[in-house]
Each structure stands twice: as structure tokens, then as C-alpha cells.
Design a protein around this ligand. Structure first.
Ligand code: ADP
Ligand code: MG
Length: 696
């Protein structure tokens, strides 16, 4: 693609190097300090920084600036652009961008979901500059990452809670480290590397599918003769236009300082993945929004549409966003790294025990935070993790846990070994101590955990807020249990063993896709919520409110608002889907069946007139007529239950009706349509088939 990554990387970012270059030394130092240790940006500093930013941005061709924020549950971020134009004097205008423009903005908040936190007549909302996430220029606009809150200070986005949770885990993590004798670490950083999966389909075909246009997934359609059973897509050669698309995306991302690293074809036809190198959680959140936006926009340039829905096509894999997560101190101690001798690494063992207790306690909340409505189609569908949360540790670490459970301590560890191909021209490789487990929602991968449940179209904000918050809570519990111990080593060993004993049910190393695991998980009392609707109450569970309020991350009122937003999102999504189905049935499928049955009837008459046997044609005609009737009735029924669900008193009641009655009615309509698709002449069928879209 002819670019030198090192040269283009970060060229459109107002990063620390640019700041060092362009800011007076004292201002730079002040900003550095706020970035790393926190503090308030004074109006004086803001003015100086804004001036430098404006000059830099204008040199890059920017004419506008915007505060970028991500309203709660809307996956692609929101922006309101203002130009640098000042009030004209004597017919001339100047470029202006002040410190106030930089640090705050007041977008009208009334049209974003607020779950009742904000009355429509009290529409003010504020965005505030997130100093820790870099400012950049994109599409001639200076973009300032921000957090978004209401007039009364409640957060209306995923950023503010994430920042607070990151602060909490750092504070209590460091305090725990001090207790254990660490005197050097000053902060704990939560890192995330989100792997983004997506589909690309030809735009010309997409445009003929109202279901894709309105709901992001196909609501009708049957699998072609070939699916993904040959396993011939994964890591396969990348199509030429897709390769050109990926090159384009990469260059845009690199310029924005996003380290796009890995790309490959995924398991399903037309499915791909992009993964950047991991970064601090809030930056990863902002970067992931940009990645999603750039994937979508760039696809159009190549005659493609990027689908970020979790399950665009039934019968093949859906898309997720694997959230690779670790906690590392500012002086480089990765708390999830067992090291060469995990049996001796007491800190790792304690942190692991804390994590086991946190995941077990907040399993339902994790499941909810990682999901949106679309994820219901993916979880447990034999290719994504099940809806049950469990942890995979791998042989080596599970053995350590078992030793601790059996005898109170671990004294040895399974070694990793080597891989020898037995060919003396190939190198002998060091093996990882753990194999991968693709079926686990929360898998240990050697120095991090891969939370594989996260929905492809969702923000990673909630997920990482919960991860950091639950670890802050577990660290605080550990501090309280250990503080004042006479023999700290002994106390740590006992506390580690106690947590592991209490929460060992959360560990599962087997096949997460199997029926046996569902039964075993039920015996262990692990929750298995197939639908998000049943998991939503976890947002306001006592354990959730207690945790979030303790660390000032979210208040009860904010959590109750989020509960309502979740129900409303479910209601909204299903309502669009149901209405799209009704519309497609009435305007496309039913007329097709009417037309086709007329064709068949004419044929029957013609064949009979010719004195031949028309049994086959009559049979086909009867079949089509029967499906037509079934479709007609199912459409009517779907309209009835949709109206009923939509009109229910509360968003919760609505969501529950959509989940039960409307979903059943949607299935009942899809069935005859899909059956008809297998009978009706291809030329007559009104929309492109799965085969057309996936194997073009
Ligand atoms: P996989 O083989 O699991 O698909 P990928 O290479 O596609 O893995 O993605 C792995 C992701 O994990 C990358 O974003 C990578 O930067 C990230 N990662 C690696 N080490 C860490 C770590 N210590 N903490 C968080 N993320 C990490
Ligand atoms: Mg991957």
C-alpha cells in the first residue's frame, strides 16, 4: 500500500510530542501532570492549550471543531460541529477557538436516551474534555474526546463511569500492593485490546434488503447450499476489494494514532476482523468508536456495506468484540501475568482469587454490560460463548488453583514445554503454558483475560466499567481482610484459598458449547440468561448498586435510568424488526406468492389444455397457496402482538412482550417465507438471497 507506518502514525493527533513542541514548558508539564495524576484544567491553561491546538489544527486544514461523545447505548458517537469562525467585524472574520471551547460544550441533550434522568423541558447537557484521550483532526475537524452529562451532573454516556471505575481500581489496587510490600507502583492501568468483527456485503445487494437497511440484520432468508462447514474462510486469502478496503482503513487509523495491527478473514463467509494493539481503557473506547465509524464510512467507498450487527445472517457465525483485558502497574507489573513460576507468584494468585470472586459475584452484570439486543442471537448459538459466564484458566493455572484448594498452597507448576516439528530445518518453538479455549466467555490467555461475550456493535464502555469496578471492589475487600495481619504471607495464602474455595464454581475448562455444560452450570447455580431482557434487572441488583455507589461510579438514580434505557432499546429494536417484517411480507413476499401462484395456475390450465398430466404443477400450486395463507395469517398476528407490546404501560412490560409474543410471531412469519424461498423461481424472488450476498 506504499506507506511507511512509522511516518504516518499519529500524524493527525495532538499527542504528547506535539504538545511538548508547541506548548510553553510549564503548560506542557501541567497538562502532563493532569493526564497522569489528575487535576483541574484552569481557564488560563485551557486558553494556552486551545490557542496551540487551533494553530496546529488550521495547519492540518481544519475549519471546524467538535466535542466527540458517545451518548449512552447509541453505538456510534455523536458530534456537533462548529466552525472556527468568529463574529464578523468590518466584514472580516477570524479563526477563534478558546479555552472554554476546548474544555466544555453544551449540546442539546434532549434527544439522547436518558432513561428519565432529564425532562425534555430541561434539555441542557454538557460535554467536558477528557484530557487523557488525545485530540485529533479528522475530515477537516478538530475532534475533542469528551464525557457527557446532564444539567444536574448525571452521566449520560459510557465514558464518565469508565474513567471513575479506572480511578477506583487504580486507587485500591495500589493500596493492596502497598499492603503486600510494594513501594514503587503509583498507578494501576487497565488495558484493553478489543478485536472487532464485522461483515462486508455488496452495497447494491444491501440496498435491496429492507431488513438490512432498517434493522441491520436479515429477518428472512435461507442458507445457500454452502455455508461455513468447510472451515475454508478463516484466515483465508483476502478478496482484492476487501484488501484495498482494509489498506484504506489502516492508513486512516494509523494517522489517527490507532495502532491497527491484525486483520484477517473470520469464520463466516464475508466476515472479517480488525484488532489494534491494546491501550488504556478509555482511549481504547474512543478508538473503538473511531474504528467502527471508519469501517462503516470506508466500506461505502468500495461499493460495500459494513455490518456491525451481532448476527446479520442466521445459520452462520455472528460477530463479537473480544475484549482482551489486563491490569498493569505504571512500573510494568502485569497483575495477570503468572510468570515462569506461577506457584511462587503469590500476588498473581491473590489477584486471580479476587478476579474469581468478582466474576462470580457480578456474572449477570457482566453479561448485561457486554450486550445489546442483537447479542441475544449470538450468545449460545454454537459459535459464540454461551450466555453463561464462566472462566477458563487453562491447564497450568487450573492446576495451581487445585493445589491451593487441596493443600492451601501451590508448590509446583506444569511446564509449558516445546514444540518440535521433527524437521531439522524448522525451529523448535516454546509452547504457551495454556492452550486457547474458544468456547469460554472469559478465557485466560497467558497475560490477560479475553472476555469474548461483548457484542460487535456495542460500546466497550460498560464492559470495562464493570471489569474495573468489580476489581476495585475485590481489592478493597482484600485490603479489609488483610489489613493488620501479623503474618502477612500466611494471611494472603489463607485469603487466596478462601476466595478460591468460595468461587471455584465459576471456573470451567471444558467445552462451553456443550449441552452438558448447560446442565452442569445449572447444578452449580450459575445464571444462564438467554435473553438480555432477563439479565437487565442485574443493572439495579443490590450488589450492583452497592458496588457502583461505594466507588462513586454511578448512583442508584443513574442505574435506574440505565435499566430503563436498556428496556427501551430492546423495545425499539424489536419494534423496528417486527414492522420491517410486516412491511416486507405485505409489499414483497405476499405479492410474490400471489404472482407466482397465478403463473402456476396459468401453467396448470395450459398443461391440461394440451392434454397432459398437470399433477406436479397442481401440487406446487397447492403448496404455494398454503404458504401464502400461512404468511397472510402470520403477518396479521405479528401486527396484532406488535401493537400490543408497543402499547404496554412500561418499557419493561413492553420488552417482555416483545421478547415472548412478538419474537414468537416473528418466527412464525419467517418460517413460511423461508420455505417459499426454496420453492419459488429465483428470478421471481424479490430480494437477494443469502447465497447472493455471501458468495458474490
Ligand atoms: P487472538 O489471537 O486472540 O484473536 P489477536 O492478536 O487478534 O488475538 O488480538 C489480541 C488482542 O489482545 C490485541 O488487541 C492485543 O494487543 C491485545 N493484548 C495483548 N496483550 C494484552 C494485554 N496485556 N492486555 C490487554 N490486551 C492485550
Ligand atoms: Mg483474533
Amino acid at each position: 500500500m506504499g506507506v511507511n507506518i512509522a511516518e504516518v502514525f499519529g500524524q493527525d493527533v495532538f499527542d504528547e510530542t506535539v504538545m511538548k513542541d508547541r506548548l510553553p514548558e510549564s503548560t506542557y508539564k501541567e497538562i502532563e501532570k493532569i493526564m497522569h495524576e489528575g487535576g483541574n484544567v484552569t481557564p488560563e491553561i485551557a486558553d494556552i492549550v486551545a490557542q496551540a491546538m487551533k494553530e496546529w489544527a488550521i495547519e492540518k486544514g481544519a475549519t471546524h471543531f467538535t466535542h466527540v461523545f458517545q451518548p449512552y447505548i447509541i453505538s456510534i458517537g455523536a458530534e456537533k460541529h462548529d466552525s472556527f469562525a468568529s463574529v464578523p467585524t468590518n466584514g472580516k472574520i477570524d479563526n477563534t477557538f478558546t479555552g472554554k471551547d476546548l474544555i466544555m460544550s453544551e449540546p442539546d441533550a434532549s434527544s439522547f436516551p436518558s432513561g428519565g434522568l432529564r425532562n425534555t423541558f430541561g434539555a441542557r447537557g454538557y460535554t467536558a474534555w477528557d484530557v487523557t484521550s488525545p485530540v485529533y483532526v479528522r475530515e477537516d475537524t478538530l475532534c475533542i474526546p469528551t464525557a457527557f452529562c446532564s444539567y444536574t451532573g448525571e452521566s449520560l454516556d459510557t465514558k464518565a463511569p469508565l474513567l471513575k471505575a479506572m480511578h477506583a481500581v487504580s486507587k485500591y489496587g495500589v493500596r493492596l500492593l502497598r499492603l503486600l510490600g510494594n513501594t514503587t507502583s503509583r498507578r494501576i492501568l487497565s488495558y484493553v485490546g478489543p478485536e472487532q468483527e464485522y461483515f462486508l456485503v455488496p452495497k447494491a445487494l444491501y440496498d435491496k434488503r429492507p431488513d438490512l437497511i432498517y434493522s441491520g440484520r436479515t429477518l428472512f432468508g435461507t442458507m445457500p447450499p454452502k455455508g461455513q462447514e468447510m472451515d475454508d474462510q478463516y484466515f483465508g486469502a483476502i478478496r482484492e476489494n476487501v484488501k484495498a478496503f482494509m489498506d484504506d482503513v489502516n492508513i486512516q487509523l494509523w494517522k489517527l494514532g490507532i495502532s491497527a495491527k491484525t486483520q484477517h478473514n473470520e469464520v463466516a463467509p464475508c466476515q472479517h476482523e480488525i484488532a489494534p494493539i491494546f491501550s488504556i481503557s478509555n482511549v481504547a473506547l474512543d478508538n473503538n468508536y473511531l474504528i467502527m465509524t471508519i469501517l462503516k464510512n470506508t466500506a461505502l467507498k468500495y461499493g460495500l456495506v459494513c455490518l456491525l450487527h451481532e448476527k446479520p445472517f442466521e445459520g452462520i457465525n455472528g460477530s463479537g468484540k473480544h475484549n482482551n483485558w489486563s491490569l498493569t502497574t505504571d512500573d510494568g507489573i502485569n497483575l495477570f501475568k503468572p510468570g515462569k513460576n506461577p506457584e511462587e507468584n503469590k500476588l498473581f494468585q491473590l489477584v486471580l482469587a479476587c478476579l474469581m470472586s468478582a466474576v462470580d459475584r457480578h456474572a449477570m452484570l457482566l453479561r448485561t454490560a457486554a450486550s445489546d439486543t442483537g447479542n441475544d442471537h449470538r450468545l449460545g448459538a454454537h459459535e459464540a460463548p454461551p450466555a453463561i459466564i464462566s472462566m477458563y484458566l487453562g491447564d497450568q493455572i487450573e492446576d495451581i488453583v487445585n493445589q491451593i484448594l487441596e493443600k492451601g498452597e501451590a508448590t509446583s507448576s506444569l511446564s509449558a514445554g516445546k514444540i518440535n516439528f521433527g524437521i531439522n530445518k524448522l525451529p523448535v518453538l516454546d509452547k504457551d503454558p495454556t492452550d486457547r479455549n474458544r468456547t469460554s466467555p472469559f478465557a485466560f490467555t497467558g497475560n490477560r483475560f479475553e472476555f469474548r461475550m461483548v457484542a460487535s456493535g456495542n460500546s466497550i464502555g460498560d464492559t470495562n466499567t464493570v471489569l474495573s469496578a468489580m476489581m476495585a471492589e475485590a481489592f478493597l475487600d482484600a485490603i479489609e481482610a488483610l489489613e493488620g495481619a501479623e503474618d502477612m504471607d500466611k494471611a494472603v495464602a489463607e485469603y487466596t484459598a478462601k476466595l478460591m474455595r468460595e468461587h471455584q464454581r465459576i471456573v470451567f475448562n471444558g467445552d462451553g458449547y456443550s449441552k452438558e455444560w448447560e446442565e452442569e452450570a445449572a447444578r452449580r447455580g450459575l445464571p444462564n440468561c438467554k435473553s438480555i431482557v432477563d439479565a437487565i434487572p442485574s443493572i439495579v441488583a443490590d450488589s450492583t448498586i452497592e458496588m457502583f455507589e461505594k466507588f462513586n461510579i454511578l448512583s442508584r438514580a443513574e442505574l435506574e435510568a440505565r435499566e430503563d434505557i436498556y428496556y427501551s432499546e430492546y423495545k425499539g429494536v424489536r419494534n423496528i424488526e417486527a414492522n420491517t417484517m410486516i412491511d416486507m411480507a405485505n409489499k414483497m413476499y405476499i405479492p410474490t406468492a400471489v404472482y407466482y401462484s397465478k403463473e402456476l395456475a396459468d401453467t396448470v390450465i395450459a398443461v391440461k389444455n394440451a392434454g397432459a398430466d398437470a399433477t406436479a404443477q397442481v401440487e406446487l400450486l397447492n403448496e404455494v397457496s398454503a404458504k401464502l395463507l400461512e404468511m397472510k395469517n402470520a403477518t396479521k398476528e405479528l401486527a396484532r402482538v406488535t401493537a400490543k407490546a408497543f402499547g404496554a404501560e412500561t418499557s419493561k412490560e413492553s420488552a417482555e412482550l416483545f421478547k415472548s409474543e412478538v419474537m414468537a410471531a416473528m418466527d412464525a412469519l419467517r418460517k413460511p417465507v423461508d420455505e417459499l424461498e426454496t420453492i419459488v423461481d429465483k428470478e421471481t424472488w424479490p430480494v437477494p438471497s443469502y447465497g447472493d450476498m455471501l458468495f458474490y
